[in-house]
Ligand binder design. Structure first.
Ligand code: DTR
Ligand code: ZN
Ligand code: ZN
Length: 432
């Protein structure tokens, strides 16, 4: 939950705001053009990781020879591509563990865009989807950064974590041993753990709104609906970063939960079956990958890194007031509201007040959405149009020039039909 007034300066506003591609940004609009990530190259990395597991007792688990061989494999490719790499050692359960940290030279060292995936598997199998998929995707993205000789505004860092399966051990060790001044320089941490599930879903972490919107913009450009990753809190390597106050985000294609019929309707695949039937099993091999999901998610990773690290978008020159607390909307029930308190703005609101609406819902035609000014004036934004399409993520421009600016503004949402449900995911006012 975050209620904040963010005052943007005219200078390049870095970190969580500047790359906030407004919800109406044309999906796929990028500050610099990210490359297409070759899924064939990503799959080749998975084949190599599979070979490593096969040659080392069938797994790549912490403390086993297959893990160190995976570390050496990844490090060698990064060294050859011009990265500054570090192997961070730690001990857990009496065995030596390793994190691979790779820095792409250049960019503002005080603004670090970091991406990570855990490289270890469980002992019961080779861990190709969990989490060779994330590891291979960020490896290929790192190689694409090198091939492009990218010169980003912000500094780009990648990490491959050890011993995630034993309790986020490697990523916790990294965050706990990073001086707070260094931690503060990380403007965003992107986590990718299981992104090629055989019966895939398209889930976006619901943590930092800017990172979340960046991924949503990418998928909107493909016309693919996404869902919020709800049960991810604490379940992968973004957790130590989030607990340390670093903005986090990420993608997930699903593990042992069952795909619903509604999800199968929008994503394809098999309802009533888990997203990954080989989760934590010996069958988590190169055959346990959906190429389309792996391809799309790999491209989404490149899109996000290119946008967040090279984004020189013109920041809002005015004041932004935002509430990202989730507010559940009762099905066919009473209206609910999300509020922001505007202060420090003299006089009346402008004739072009920007109203950012982010509602997650499975049937936007059920919704009536209004902006309510401090004096109670109602401005209708959405009145049940859009039919069965999902979600209402839109920026409206409202002529609020007759309203005093300072005070409590509300976004009101009401579901006027039965069955489909949703919630207010975010409400943002920008005073130009
Ligand atoms: N803990 C991860 C898999 C996992 C399960 N639920 C989520 C949600 C978000 C990211 C990852 C996961 C593992 O087994 O490695
Ligand atoms: Zn796992
Ligand atoms: Zn995992």
């Amino acid at each position: 939950m975050r209620l904040s007034a963010i005052v943007a300066s005219s200078a390049l506003v870095l970190g969580a705001l500047a790359s906030a591609a407004p919800a109406t940004a044309a999906p796929g609009a990028a500050a610099a053009t990210p490359p297409d990530i070759s899924v064939a190259n990503v799959k080749q990395h998975l084949t190599d990781l599979q070979s490593i597991a096969t040659a080392n007792g069938g797994n790549r688990a912490h403390g086993r020879t297959g893990y160190k061989a995976s570390v050496d494999f990844v490090k060698a490719k990064l060294d050859a591509a011009g990265y500054t790499t570090t192997l961070q050692q730690f001990t857990y359960n009496g065995a030596t563990g390793y994190n691979v940290i790779a820095d792409w030279p250049g960019g503002d060292p005080n603004q670090v865009v970091m991406s990570g995936s855990h490289l270890d598997s469980v002992t019961s199998g080779p861990g190709i989807n969990d989490n060779g998929s994330g590891s291979a995707a960020i490896l290929e993205t790192a190689l694409a950064v090198s091939r492009a000789q990218l010169q980003p505004t912000k500094h780009i860092r990648f990490a491959w974590w050890g011993a995630e399966e034993l309790g986020l051990v490697g990523s916790k060790y990294y965050v706990n041993n990073l001086p707070s001044a260094e931690r503060a320089k990380i403007s965003g941490y992107l986590n990718f753990d299981m992104i090629g599930s055989p019966n895939p879903g398209y889930f976006v972490y619901d943590d930092d709104p800017t990172i979340e919107q960046t991924f949503k913009n990418y998928y909107a450009g493909l016309g693919i609906p996404t869902e919020i990753e709800t049960e991810g809190d604490g379940r992968s390597d973004h957790a130590p970063f989030k607990n340390a106050g670093v903005p986090v985000g990420g993608l997930f294609s699903g593990a042992d939960y069952t795909k619903t019929s509604a999800q199968a309707q929008k994503w394809g695949g098999t309802a009533g079956q888990s997203f990954d039937r080989c989760y934590h099993s010996s069958c988590d091999t190169t055959a346990n990958i959906n190429d389309t999901a792996l391809d799309r998610n790999s491209d989404a990773i490149a899109y996000a890194i290119w946008n967040l690290a090279t984004g020189t978008t013109t920041p809002p020159t005015g004041k932004v007031f935002e509430n990202t607390a989730d507010v559940s909307i009762p099905d066919n029930g009473a209206a609910v509201t999300s509020s922001v308190t505007v202060s420090g703005v003299t006089g009346n609101a402008p004739s072009n007040l920007s109203v950012g609406v982010d509602i997650v819902h499975t049937y936007r035609g059920d919704l009536v959405v209004d902006l309510i000014a401090p004096d109670g004036s109602v401005y209708n934004l959405h009145n049940r149009s859009g039919g069965s399409a999902d979600n209402l993520v839109q920026t409206y421009t409202v002529n609020a020039s007759t309203e005093v600016a300072n005070g409590v503004w509300k976004l009101r949402a009401q579901d006027k039909a039965a069955v489909d449900t949703g919630y207010i995911n975010g409400f943002k006012l920008t005073f130009p």
